[in-house]
Ligand binder design. Structure first.
Ligand SMILES: CC(C)(COP(=O)(O)OP(=O)(O)OC[C@H]1O[C@@H](n2cnc3c(N)ncnc32)[C@H](O)[C@@H]1OP(=O)(O)O)[C@@H](O)C(=O)NCCC(=O)NCCS
Length: 182
């Protein structure tokens, strides 16, 4: 999918990863590795390859130099037919503070609305960033791709020991946030 930026300060194309896997898979792996380097590569690869039009969707922003500068993953929420969980939001370290984080969230919202979804949920340590975008604290939700959140810390620690996961165990600063769309 090619699209023009909604933000006049920035140039970017919005792509579904599954439409351009051959071109951007390596770049997305490298981008996610910047922030979550310990996550198992094979598991990550399998997850990225599941991207499809009906969720999960891995969304990327590509700049004029064909560099992938931002990524997020959108999945269906288990308990809410019209709920979307957004995870793995990341902007390339070299491109932060320029509006790409806001841009990818706005594009994710736009896509969710197009797919007739009514709410976006996320779990984050970056409360202030999302607050600026209109997100408010809410209850936790789960998605098929985020079952770690229904486990106790002990269970989670055990699983992470096996899979080498990237979630933080000490999640006292982590909050759930959501936004109604439309
Ligand atoms: C968080 C992240 C996605 C923000 O992306 P970014 O491109 O730097 O953010 P933007 O430039 O679009 O910022 C949009 C607005 O949010 C603000 N903002 C950005 N990061 C912020 C933060 N950590 N705390 C508070 N405000 C923040 C900006 O100042 C800007 O405000 P403005 O609209 O008033 O000018 C990026 O820093 C990142 O990839 N971090 C590492 C991965 C991560 O933590 N992801 C979130 C996990 S859920």
């Amino acid at each position: 999918m090619l699209d023009n930026s909604n933000d006049t300060r920035l140039f970017y194309q919005v792509e579904f990863l599954h439409d351009c896997l051959d071109d951007y898979l390596d770049q997305v792996l490298a981008l996610l590795g910047q922030e979550w380097p310990k996550f198992n590569r094979k598991t990550r690869l399998e997850s990225l390859k599941k991207s499809n039009n009906n969720f999960p969707i891995n969304l990327i922003l590509v700049n004029e130099h064909k560099q992938c500068v931002a990524h997020c993953r959108m999945s269906r929420v288990d308990s809410e037919l019209e709920g979307v969980l957004v995870e793995s939001v990341i902007v390339d370290k070299n491109y932060r503070g320029k509006g790409y984080g806001k841009a990818i969230m706005m594009e994710a919202e736009h896509i969710a609305i197009e797919k007739r979804m009514s709410s976006i949920y996320l779990s984050t340590f970056k409360r202030e960033f999302y607050k600026k975008l209109g997100y408010r604290e809410c209850h936790a939700v789960t998605s098929l791709s985020s079952n770690a959140d229904i486990l106790s810390k002990t269970q989670l620690r055990a699983l992470l020991g096996v899979f080498g996961g990237h979630h933080q165990i000490n999640n006292s600063d982590r909050v759930w946030m959501s936004k109604r769309l439309g």
